[in-house]
Write a protein that binds this ligand. Structure first.
Ligand SMILES: NC(=O)c1ccc[n+]([C@@H]2O[C@H](COP(=O)([O-])OP(=O)(O)OC[C@H]3O[C@@H](n4cnc5c(N)ncnc54)[C@H](OP(=O)(O)O)[C@@H]3O)[C@@H](O)[C@H]2O)c1
Length: 245
């Protein structure tokens, strides 16, 4: 299937490694122009060279103005944005009792406020061009709380409601809002947990970790004009880990 992404301009946040990088690579493989963002300029430079990605911008997405600036810079270098992939670093694990006010504030900015303020820079042009794709990398925690991922569980469930609301507001302008919920996915973040095979088997019916490319394939499809009638959806890429309907 030709996804018709060759002239499309893609901005992917949190893309110096892991899921974000896999998503950037999947759009690049379809011939799109891709800008990647993360905190480390050094890592970004390396992944751009290795994967032939077009532009990079170093920005800390827990800082609202820095995130908004990354969008403005991406618009400057690519002309406009057709697909905006919102992917920010995973929040720290803490039981409710141990979440400090500073963590609530940082995670609220990364997961919620920086994306919202940045969307205000992206959506007017998408409206004008009558095409836009907003993809949020969330988590299965948005559907079923994961132990001690307190801020992720709370904010991400709320973002599901927000995306549904925005999908209704923007559908008539050819702009779709969809959420990708990774389960246990083979990235540096999960590798650092050193999960034993028996633990993985107890959590995941498919009995293996997901590969970031498996989520990225879906992202490319949802970012294309083939997915024009799919909006307001939240899809798990999790080998069956989420047990809810
Ligand atoms: N992997 C999983 O199993 C899994 C499961 C459920 C949900 N998720 C969610 O999916 C998202 C991606 O996960 P991942 O496994 O790919 O994580 P990862 O391997 O830790 O990669 C995170 C990426 O985000 C960037 N980043 C982190 N904090 C940032 C910040 N404040 N500002 C800008 N960039 C930042 C990192 O680059 P720099 O260090 O260069 O900034 C890196 O490129 C996370 O939100 C995570 O919660 C992952």
């Amino acid at each position: 299937m030709d996804l018709n992404l060759k002239n499309k301009k893609i901005l992917v946040w949190g893309a110096s490694q892991g899921i974000g990088l896999a998503v950037a690579k999947s759009f690049k493989a379809e011939g799109a122009t891709v800008t990647v963002v993360s905190r480390s300029e050094e890592k970004l430079k390396k992944v751009c060279q290795e994967n032939n990605l077009d532009h990079y911008i170093a920005a800390d997405l827990s800082d609202v103005s820095s995130g908004v600036h990354s969008v403005e810079q991406a618009i400057k270098s690519m002309g406009h944005i057709d697909v905006f992939v919102i992917n920010t670093g995973g929040p720290e694990k803490n039981s409710f009792e141990n979440v400090k006010q500073s963590q609530w504030e940082i995670d609220f900015k990364s997961l919620w406020l920086t994306p919202c303020e940045s969307l205000k820079k992206v959506l007017p042009k998408m409206k004008e061009q009558n095409f836009g794709r907003i993809l949020l990398v969330s988590s299965i925690a948005a559907k079923e709380p994961l132990k001690d991922l307190t801020t992720s569980n709370g904010f991400r469930a709320g973002l599901t409601g927000l995306f549904k609301s925005m999908s209704n507001e923007y559908a008539e302008f050819g702009i779709t809002f969809n959420i990708l919920c990774p389960g246990y996915t083979n990235t540096e973040r999960i590798q650092n947990l050193n999960l034993k095979q028996e633990v993985i088997e107890s959590l995941v019916p498919a009995k293996r970790l997901g590969e970031p490319s498996e989520l990225a394939n879906l992202a490319a499809f949802l970012g294309s004009d083939k997915a024009a009638y799919i909006t307001g959806q939240q899809i798990c890429i999790d080998g069956g880990a989420n047990k809810g309907f």
